[in-house]
Design a protein around this ligand. Sequence first.
Ligand SMILES: [Cu+2]
Length: 445
Amino acid sequence: MKRRDFMMAGTVAASGALLLQGMSEVAHARGAEPRRAATSPSAQTKVAAPGGQVSVTTPNGTTLPWQYLKGVKVGHLIAAPLQHEFAPGLKGECWGYNGRTIGPTIEAVEGDRVRIYVTNHLPEPTSLHWHGVLLPNGMDGVAGLTQKAIAPGDTFKYEFTFTRPGTFMYHPHYDEMTQMALGMVGMIVVHPRAPHGPHVDRDFVLMTHEWKIRAGASRPDPGAMLDFNVLTFNSKAYPGTEPLVVERGERVRIRLGNLSAMDHHPIHLHGYYFNVTATDGGYIPPAGQWPETTVLVPVGSTRTIEFVADVPGDWAMHCHMTHHVMNQMGHDVPVMLGADAKRISRRVRAVVPAYMAMGENGMGEMGDMGMPIPPNSIPMVGGKGPFGTIDMGGMFTILKVRDDARSEDGTGWHRHPEGSVATSASATDLAADSIDPSRKAGEQG
Ligand SMILES: [Cu+2]
């Protein structure tokens, strides 16, 4: 086992093709007024609530459709096994809702009466809990405590009113450890009746999650407590994560949730500072907000951030736990930095022919090398960027701020103005600024 992990750590894949599917363009709602000129991507974003509040976008996901029946919004969630692709090269035998993980985002408006049917096509009982939603006790979805478990083949009916706006989540409260570990998680967005705070042009949800899938296996391990090796936004690991494409000057809201088993995720956004405007407990008054560039999203919590995207570019957004931006590498490996990896490789290959030692100069180089890997695994896979390999995977995505987001499908890269990209310094630069690269590090004040 140890040897296998060690081999996995030293094994890399050529970077897979980017799976940057175009962001789904939602048809403009009938009768709704676009707030901005027709060039604004907001014109393509459905208005979901009074006051021009835009509908929420779930990258790599969908929104639960409603039937409107006598003043009640009726929805249907079907819990069932499914096959899910985390990133090109890695599929998992997961459980989820309506054929996907994460489940469809439930989007409603404060005051909405909803009736949600939950059908169980799993091989074991389940239940559905509406995390953070204030509702009658008997609708809370805790098997054994507030209701009977939903037996396989049965359908339960939940009915309640969303009495307050916010960002919430849904998940089972039966065999929680197994069912959530296999992907049974989803987000709930309740828009306020009247807009709250400045108008937002883009509204996203990102559910953070963690999985343990041994390289070559396809079933996430519900027993895992440490060493999660597949870290995801909306159940996708980079390069499988769909970018967030917005237009320069737009106010952007990102609603982060966390139903991971064991880890809080400090989510860091490059290029901006933002305010945390709400939690799953409610809005934070402006006087209680402060600027951040990283927001810790604890397990069992949501954090909503807002900022104005006024600087164009491809901005990284990722968990700042460095092991959470890796794909399926084994972590219990010896330190190889500075070691003569070639010599070690030669000696180990006498015993294990396919062996390759992990980076003697770090891991960044590994993404560029082609190596045989077990089927259905993505050890060390990153993405292809405009300047080479992006050696991060896992809980990593890109905020693409564009001058004309309407023409962007998310597959292109930022075009940097001439002279605005960091490059190798020329001899002239060095001389002009009296920089001597031959100085020893210890001599440098
Ligand atoms: Cu993390």
